[in-house]
Design a protein around this ligand. Structure first.
Ligand SMILES: Cc1cc2nc3c(=O)[nH]c(=O)nc-3n(C[C@H](O)[C@H](O)[C@H](O)COP(=O)(O)O)c2cc1C
Length: 250
């Protein structure tokens, strides 16, 4: 009997795509999942054509299970319904996810039924068939130093999972991510962080869970708050000075 590999559907929501900080964390995580035998499909939301939801609920009424808009969502919905794991990798933009990723999630209305059911005394829509109860992992990074900058995004992602009957498995969080990319560029040791991301990918496939130990390594302090503020401000000042000189030569 042929054993099917588990399917991982990953979205990188950074407009900087493979050159962004999001990719630095996502790459080892997906590598870990791949090495455990998963088939990985990675999409960059910036390359996808995903129009905003029209809000007319035609996907519940006139064309049940199908959106009337003709764009990449058509191709993505069956993949989303068949995925064993969905990985949402994203930078924090104004305390949440970038619009392109939110647009994609809004367009998932056809994967759920219009009817209400009561789940833990809450109104919810049951999933439309076929629909795997995919496991979701969040891979997020942000520019501010503190971990609590992820709180609104985590609450939102957990709520989305409840709404779509996905299982939220946890989040790889990388605060002061600009320090991570700086350290990677300069060859300053951060291999433990990247290795932990890879191990989390392995753990998720093998056990369906991610260990607290590795999640903690992934978001460990890289530089002190004071140093980070200083280095960020110095970097911006240098960039602005350079640009001012280029635009206004003596
Ligand atoms: C439009 C915009 C909004 C942002 N908002 C926040 C924010 O609210 N909190 C935060 O900590 N970082 C914020 N950032 C910083 C990014 O989250 C951070 O630089 C991240 O590492 C970018 O990931 P990327 O290089 O993969 O695009 C923002 C960046 C941009 C461009």
């Amino acid at each position: 009997m042929e054993v099917m590999n588990m399917k991982v559907l990953a979205f990188n929501a950074s407009p900087l795509m493979e050159n962004g900080n999001t990719a630095i964390m996502l790459e080892p995580f997906l590598k870990g999942m791949k090495e455990e035998g998963c088939d990985i499909e990675l999409f960059y939301t910036s390359k996808l054509q995903v129009k905003p939801c029209l809000g007319d609920r035609a996907c519940w009424t006139k064309t049940p299970g199908k959106c009337v808009q003709d764009d990449d969502v058509k191709m993505l919905i069956p993949k989303i319904q068949q995925a064993d794991f969905i990985v949402f990798a994203t930078p924090v933009y104004f305390d949440g996810m970038p619009g392109a990723l939110k647009n994609l999630i809004d367009r998932l209305l056809p994967v759920i039924e219009p009817y209400f059911v009561l789940q833990a005394k809450h109104c919810r829509h049951p999933p439309r068939q076929p629909h795997k109860s995919s496991r979701v992992a969040l891979v997020a990074n942000c520019g501010f130093w503190e971990k609590d900058n992820f709180d609104p995004l985590i609450i939102h992602m957990k709520a989305i999972c409840k709404n779509t009957s996905w299982e939220y498995t946890g989040a790889l969080l990388r605060p002061h991510a600009e320090a991570l990319s700086y350290m990677v560029r300069k060859g300053i040791p951060v291999q433990d962080v990247l290795d932990a991301a890879e191990n989390l990918g392995r753990e998720l496939v093998k056990t369906g869970r991610m260990s607290k130990k590795n999640l903690k390594i992934v978001n460990r302090e890289l530089v002190s708050l004071e140093t980070y503020v200083e280095m960020t401000n110095k970097g911006f000042k240098q960039t602005l000075d350079r640009l001012t000189k280029t635009e206004n030569p003596p």
